[in-house]
Design a binder for this molecule. Sequence first.
Ligand SMILES: Cc1cc2nc3c(=O)[nH]c(=O)nc-3n(C[C@H](O)[C@H](O)[C@H](O)COP(=O)(O)OP(=O)(O)OC[C@H]3O[C@@H](n4cnc5c(N)ncnc54)[C@H](O)[C@@H]3O)c2cc1C
Length: 391
Amino acid sequence: MTDYDVLVVGAGPVGSTFARHMAEWGYDVAILEKKTEVGVPLQCAGLLGKKIKEVNILPEEYIINHVRGAYLHSPSDHILKVAKKETHAYVLDRIGYDKFLAELAVDTGADLLLKHNVVGVDTKSGKIKLAHGDEITADIIVGADGTKSVVSSAFNEPTTAFSAVQYLLQTEDVLETDFVDLHVKSEISPGFFWSIPLSDRVSRIGLFAQGNYAILNNFLMNFKNSNPKFKNSKILKKYYGAIPISQSRKNLVNKRTILLGDAASQVKPTTGGGLLIGFECAKIAAEAAINALENEDISLLKNYEAKYNHKFEKEFKTQNRVQKTFKLLNDSDLDEMFLKLKEKGAEDIISNYGDMDKQSYLVKEMIKRGLLTAVLPKVMYRSVSNIWNFF
Ligand SMILES: Cc1cc2nc3c(=O)[nH]c(=O)nc-3n(C[C@H](O)[C@H](O)[C@H](O)COP(=O)(O)OP(=O)(O)OC[C@H]3O[C@@H](n4cnc5c(N)ncnc54)[C@H](O)[C@@H]3O)c2cc1C
């Protein structure tokens, strides 16, 4: 007899959502969270495509701002404006939202056990070891314990990750609130800088890239000081985090154990955004877990991995190719590409076909119109063709 049907390690947004799905079906679920408080410190820019409302509950009170477009900046500041007529994304109060999702799981019947630091997992017997020495068992264990997942390390190599740094800024000037800014630069590629308005005087600016926090902090400080919009702004807070590098070969299921969210490296390869995919995966994983428990056949957990691959494999492949292509470009290539894109009317195409969560639509359209080849430097055709396999 086990202590619980399901143990979820990590009360992040994805773990709490999965736990709620299981509790809705009447299963005995506990969430083990090492921290004393859910949601802190903030490790997110909080930008989510509006599709989030189709994949999870999102009360209006956690939406700080509505966004309908983006300015894309090249290294020398050639700008592409991408605009939708209506809201395309929300900026969230992530701390509040994480707490809301955890409370919702508890209201639905899950136990939330704070100060429960998991230090070991036996994927075969379903036994979890806690830092304070206790052990706890379940039929199914779910590792939703983020980038440095202890659960994942029981059957995977350590997760590789980008570093991310973000500042909360109070600006002197009043800024536009319905557009975000994204800046590419070869020294941080395939990462990028972002600025996301929370209001007309408060913004989140940040970047993700390979490198340590000190290096990224320097990049971000230079970015802030050289950007006229933020030059005289005041830093209210600094945040640090990690974004898993998308890994197609990661094992998501091992015996009684599955991985979810950042622990499973389930992020968009191009932007590192993980919430929407994490919520979709929480649903797929819950279906597989319910099936396995109903049929008393733990091998049915494997359906989760199969369905996940089926749903996301193609999109991730495209995004990985976009990322690899960007990595080839130096600053002057990027400038040239932006100028050519503008000249060829790409702003309209991106505005019409761009979707921050499904980028393959846009890429397909650009390939169809011959734009990808037209905007890349000719000397790169060979290396780019190796990535895309189509010239
Ligand atoms: C700077 C930054 C900006 C980002 N911006 C965006 C964005 O704009 N949009 C977007 O979609 N995504 C964004 N992301 C990614 C997003 O934040 C993650 O994908 C998301 O938080 C993943 O949720 P999760 O529940 O899988 O993991 P997490 O949110 O990391 O939660 C994991 C939980 O597990 C707990 N835990 C860890 N180890 C243990 C243990 N051993 N025992 C018990 N508990 C444990 C942690 O304390 C934590 O509460 C950003 C990330 C960063 C770093």
